[in-house]
Design a protein. Sequence first.
Length: 255
Amino acid sequence: MTHSHSPRRRGARRAVRIALLTSSGILAAFLVTFLVVGFFVDLGGIVEKQLKSAAPKIEEQLGRPLRFGSVKLKLLPSPRIELRDIAVEAAPGQTGLMAQPLVKVGVVRVKLSLLTLLSSFGKRATVENLEVDDLKVQVLRNADGSLSYQDILDRLGTQPEKPPPTQEEIDRLGGIVLRNAALNDAGIYFYDLSTPVGASRPITLDHIQLTGKDLQLFGVSTLTLDMAVLTGQPNLHLSLKVGPMPRDLQVTRSE
């Protein structure tokens, strides 16, 4: 009896070893592929396709063309994305200053903490760095007193109102921490086209540098602002701490 079962047992053990080796090989190949893709492959093309598919809906809501340039995305060692040359263009058919973009952004960079995402199973997210460089906003006042973005406000005013966030959504926002945020070299320029002086010399808020540390809904956030008001050199500095918001925060819509 013992001798008759030995070949079967040896065959079963061999089959188990083969199965284990095959499974290990598949896992190793998957791990190597993930590491190669994560460290060396730029997945920005996937994000760019998603942006292009989403752009028409946003353009319909704003009534303005959108522009964005190259996109870079790497998954390892930490997920990070870079988006360049973003703009909300002028309304079609404009000339002169009115033909220039309403909003331009040179580059946006975001870096996430992979460990926080994995350890919390996606319930919490830590943004290690968020940088927005070279944000420029150009506002014009026409001779009739209307502003250059009035058409966007009018269009958004026709959109259905969204309900206030639920407590679950607020709690989900509370799980997001922004460790370091920076708005670098931003500027806001206001032209008054109703006067020759206002059309040639804008009122400026320039060289805006806004930084934030540990920004979170239910924690203490630190903000620092430096900018040049009506001059070419920084002449305003503010530093403050904000928060925390109450855990039972209620958001209501005023009538």
